[in-house]
Design a binder for this molecule. Sequence first.
Ligand code: HEM
Length: 77
Amino acid sequence: MWIVIDDIVYDVTDFAKRHPGGQAPLRNLSGKSCSWQFHKIHSRHTLESLGAELRVGRTSDVPNPYKEPKPTLIQQL
Ligand code: HEM
């Protein structure tokens, strides 16, 4: 099971079983790019420590099927 974050492919097949966020989010996003979802939840240090063992290689143009929600400004302060 592979996921893509910032154009880097990670093999999370074994890691999914010990992922603190559970297997479901990784399964749902497998084969997809999920950069904004990842960065919303994790600190940038997460991949510094865990990324090296999961990293497979680089890719490009893998679509993220979900658009990042942006807040609507209703009043300028
Ligand atoms: C290589 C990929 C990933 C790694 C190495 C990883 C690692 C981690 C780690 C270490 C934590 C504990 C909190 C922290 O230290 O930041 C965590 C929590 C979590 N992760 Fe991931 N994660 C990955 C991908 C994802 C993806 C793609 C999602 C889905 C958006 C996700 C959703 C979550 C959730 C929901 C939590 C629980 C947050 C909480 O309960 O506070 N993770 N992950």
